[in-house]
Write a protein that binds this ligand. Structure first.
Ligand code: HEM
Length: 91
């Protein structure tokens, strides 16, 4: 994936974290206190936010491994001279 895709995934993850950080304590308090009940729509939004964070977070987790794999592939490929078109296998 491109660098800008990685960047936007991180930005989306960061901004969706904000409402989630507010909703999770509210949901926990309402569940344990038992006096206040959150509207079901809010719980649905929380579930969707968690799903989105899990997907984007899962991708963020994989970025270093994908980058490492790409680096290794590039190292393994023979360097082809742009002038002569001859493979240069010096390394
Ligand atoms: C299954 C759920 C989640 C997974 C797998 C996940 C995974 C990750 C990963 C891998 C990173 C990048 C760490 C790095 O810099 O290398 C990250 C960053 C972050 N995560 Fe999550 N995350 C999850 C849920 C959440 C939740 C619930 C919140 C907050 C409500 C959150 C807030 C953040 C923030 C603020 C960052 C820093 C973003 C940045 O670098 O700008 N994440 N997460």
């Amino acid at each position: 994936m491109s660098k800008s895709f990685n960047k936007w995934t991180r930005v989306i993850h960061r901004w969706f974290a904000l409402p989630t950080l507010i909703l999770i304590p509210l949901a926990v308090i309402s569940k344990f206190a038992g006096t206040v009940h959150l509207p079901p729509q809010l719980e649905q939004i929380q579930s969707l936010l968690m799903l989105l964070l899990a997907i984007t977070g899962g991708y963020l987790y994989l970025i270093p491994y994908i980058a490492k794999q790409k680096r290794n592939k590039r190292k393994a490929a023979p360097v082809v001279s742009a002038v002569s078109g001859v493979a240069n296998d010096e390394s």
